[in-house]
Ligand binder design. Structure first.
Ligand SMILES: [Zn+2]
Ligand SMILES: [Zn+2]
Length: 352
């Protein structure tokens, strides 16, 4: 039941890091609900904030953008949801009215309000969210699986299916095989890619890539162009290269490995300007496409949860560590140092 205060893992800036604070109960306002958080992933993008990338909502802010929970209280005007409903939260609910939303990109809406980025997130006992972000969790899907689905699985699904329009039988390369890249490989496999070349600088990452469904692996030295090695592994270029790193040289490797008509899907987030190193004429003659992809739409999350409920994908198998709320700071340290080979770390209430 509602109490006056709750615990929250709040980020206080790169200098001070995170702390477990007592904060007021986030009572829902008009059009909002309060969720008792049951699970929330720890994500590589959270590390970007710890390493100095500005937090859109400013600090202090409760982080955690991969939430699942149970509706505990509803605000004025909320009619579609009731206390006790099990829900996951989409990050991609835009304003619905701006040109970006109207042309089918609510996840890139300039007015996007995403928990854990713009407003307080889910590393807390309770969180408050707009009702537009709620997605029902189907029976048979656990709260931890739903939490991981919100970003780690829905993001590759959105990129491959909605943005790159991956067709069965394609030859693809996935460059960067951390959490996002590994899930991209698993989803590409599910969507019917015939050949999946995994590229990374770490042999351990490539082992996970192979377990996820990669059909060939390429170990590269940091900063080296991987295009020739990708084509060597496959005996040909790829129709789709997925960049999951966020660096100019890995984008260039993806372009270099394409067959005419190919496309590069950029999911990785980096701040450096790109230098693609390809004559403009080739982009025209060979109809290359450069496709950005960020997060997912609400419908993508609904579909991913449906696939998990139907047993067509297996989200829980990627979870390597489950932690309680108090252990989130230690979990972030583990994610940063890669100690104990963290694949997917999830905060789960009920875990001490
Ligand atoms: Zn995330
Ligand atoms: Zn909008």
């Amino acid at each position: 039941m509602a109490t006056d205060t709750i615990r929250a893992v709040r980020f206080h800036g790169a200098e001070l890091g995170v702390a477990i604070d007592e904060v007021p109960y986030p009572a829902p306002g008009k059009g909002e609900v309060a969720l008792r958080v049951s699970a929330c992933g720890l994500c590589g993008s959270d590390l970007h904030f710890l390493e100095g990338m500005p937090v859109p909502g400013g600090v202090p802010l409760t982080l955690g953008h991969e939430p699942a929970g149970v509706v505990e209280a509803i605000g004025e005007g909320v009619t579609a949801w009731s206390p006790g409903d099990r829900v996951a939260i989409t990050l991609g609910a835009g304003c619905g009215e701006c040109p970006t939303c109207r042309t089918g990109h609510p996840n890139s809406c300039p007015y996007l309000v995403a928990p854990g980025l713009h407003i307080d997130g889910a590393w807390a006992d309770v969180m408050r969210v707009p009702e537009s972000t709620l997605v029902r969790i189907p029976d048979g899907v656990s709260d931890v699986a739903a939490a991981v689905a919100t970003d780690c699985v829905a993001t590759p699904y959105h990129g491959l299916k909605c943005r790159a329009r991956l067709q069965p039988g394609e030859q693809i390369a996935v460059i960067g095989c951390g959490g996002l890249g590994t899930q991209t490989i698993a989803m590409a496999r599910h969507l019917g890619a015939a050949d999946i070349v995994a590229v990374d600088v770490s042999a351990a990452a490539l082992e996970h890539a192979r377990a996820a469904g990669a059909t060939a692996t390429v170990l590269v030295e940091p900063g080296r162009d991987a295009a020739a090695a990708i084509m060597g592994a496959l005996g040909a270029g790829v129709t789709l290269a997925v960049e999951c790193v966020g660096r100019p040289e890995t984008v260039a490797s993806g372009i270099g490995a394409l067959v005419p008509g190919g496309r590069v899907l950029i999911i990785g987030v980096g701040m450096l300007p790109l230098s693609i190193g390809v004559p403009q004429a080739l982009i025209a003659l060979w109809e290359y496409s450069f496709i950005g992809s960020f997060g997912s739409h609400k419908e993508d999350l609904e579909e991913v949860l449906r696939l998990e409920a139907a047993g067509e994908i297996d989200i829980e198998s990627c979870i390597s560590h489950r932690l309680g709320l108090d252990e989130v700071p230690a979990g972030l340290e583990m994610l940063q140092s890669k100690r104990d080979d963290p694949q997917r770390i999830v905060m789960e209430t009920g875990v001490v």
